[in-house]
Ligand binder design. Structure first.
Ligand SMILES: *[C@@H]1O[C@H](CO)[C@@H](O)[C@H](O)[C@H]1NC(C)=O
Ligand SMILES: *[C@@H]1O[C@H](CO)[C@@H](O)[C@H](O)[C@H]1NC(C)=O
Ligand SMILES: *[C@@H]1O[C@H](CO)[C@@H](O)[C@H](O)[C@H]1NC(C)=O
Ligand SMILES: *[C@@H]1O[C@H](CO)[C@@H](O)[C@H](O)[C@H]1NC(C)=O
Length: 360
């Protein structure tokens, strides 16, 4: 099912960040290069974008197995959690919005699906969530977990209610990508989350926009939190060759079946960074190989020297952003930037946001 990449298919890094760069140049009216890029690249960019969008919307519409689970609006889970809505679906089960009738607060309750492996899965997730309790969820940009309860045979994980996923947040902007002033804090918070996960020795292993939640979209300063630790594991307990994560967000070392560690999360974050800027996933397909091949076929390889020359000049938000992505997407896990290095990256320099021209 999961076609593995061979080494020869790991293309020039320039190709990976091409979309991102093209998108930046196109949206920066001040940049002379933009004219050139727009004229020469638009058709293939649109082509790629539309086909990505199609795949994207196809997968963005979860169907709820609520009949199968015997849960509907009004169902009481445990003693006092009344189901108000369905929020999403994952491998573990469904996520419902519930009102705690004891205190009238709304929470997100993740309820298990029927699956022979579910008890083991639930135990593993609870094990990880217990370890994460050492971290302050607000300071570490991680979802707050309030324990679990049982409803008959059902296992219910009780989380704080968050607003919307980052993929919906991007979708609300018609998948046009976010301005740099929003990208910067989001990436900074996610790097912070990875830094803290690293400090307790946990690999998330499934970082992607649907597993990142915007806390409250009405707040003027966007805040995000990492959710779904369903396949997270101890850094010390990773099994090389284990097929973890979501196709399209997996680091090359996973696809190649070589040993991996928390650096896989940074790879995924690099792809999230591209997606924030372009508005569409870089590899939305069912098969990494075909999508990568498609990018190369439609765009061609952008030689490094061209990319570099396009980015020369005083350091600004764009060049630093591309530099950060390159460091996050280092093919060699040993060369990949760590969360603490990322947090010190000049891209996050507070002075920068004032100097960069809008909208970037
Ligand atoms: C609970 O909160 C909702 C809105 O958040 C409100 O409409 C309702 O009246 C409240 N119920 C009680 C019993 O306080
Ligand atoms: C999970 O949910 C299903 C149906 O909702 C239930 O029948 C099953 O026993 C639950 N628990 C476990 C541990 O599988
Ligand atoms: C979200 O933020 C807005 C604006 O700050 C605030 O009015 C609202 O109460 C917040 N919503 C929640 C659920 O906290
Ligand atoms: C994971 O790490 C924690 C503490 O860091 C440790 O207590 C636990 O035994 C580890 N579990 C595995 C499966 O390695």
């Amino acid at each position: 099912m999961h076609k593995r990449l061979s080494k020869t298919h790991l293309f020039n890094l320039s190709s990976l960040i091409l979309l991102c760069t093209v998108r930046m140049y196109c949206s920066s009216p001040l940049n002379k290069q933009a004219q050139f890029t727009r004229e020469t690249k638009t058709s293939s960019v649109l082509f790629l974008t539309n086909s990505q969008r199609k795949l994207y919307t196809m997968s963005a519409n979860p169907s709820f197995g609520s009949d199968e689970l015997g849960i509907s609006k009004g169902t009481i889970l445990g003693d006092h959690h009344m189901v108000e809505a369905f929020l999403g679906e994952g491998s573990f089960g469904v996520v419902t919005r519930c009102r705690d009738t004891k205190n009238n607060k709304t929470v997100a309750v993740k309820v298990n699906k029927s699956d022979p492996e579910i008890l083991l899965q639930a135990k593993l997730e609870i094990f990880i969530l217990e370890q994460l309790r050492r971290l302050d969820p607000d300071r570490c940009n991680i979802v707050e977990w309030n324990g679990y309860f049982l409803d008959g045979e059902r296992i219910c994980l009780n989380f704080e209610l968050l607003d919307q996923s980052l993929s919906d947040y991007i979708g609300d902007r018609n998948n046009r990508g976010l301005p740099m002033r929003e990208i910067r804090p989001i990436l900074n918070q996610l790097a912070n989350a990875l830094f803290h996960l690293g400090s307790v020795g946990i690999v998330h292993a499934d970082l992607k926009p649907v597993n990142i939640m915007v806390v409250n979209r009405s707040e003027s300063q966007v805040r995000v939190k990492l959710i779904d630790f369903g396949i997270a594991c101890n850094t010390s307990a990773v099994i090389p060759g284990d097929c973890v994560g979501t196709i399209g967000y997996c680091a090359p070392e996973i696809m190649l079946g070589t040993p991996y560690d928390e650096a896989i999360d940074m790879w995924s974050l690099g792809l999230v960074a591209v997606e924030l800027a372009t508005g569409v996933p870089l590899y939305p397909g069912e098969d990494d190989y075909d999508v990568l091949k498609f990018i190369i076929e439609t765009q061609g390889q952008l030689p490094d020297h061209l990319l570099e020359s396009g980015l020369r000049g005083p350091e600004n938000g764009q060049t630093l952003f591309v530099r950060l992505i390159k460091e996050m997407l280092a093919l060699d896990a040993n060369q990949r930037i760590t969360p603490s290095e990322a947090l010190k990256h000049p891209f996050f320099n507070p002075g920068l946001s004032r100097r960069t021209p809008s909208p970037m």
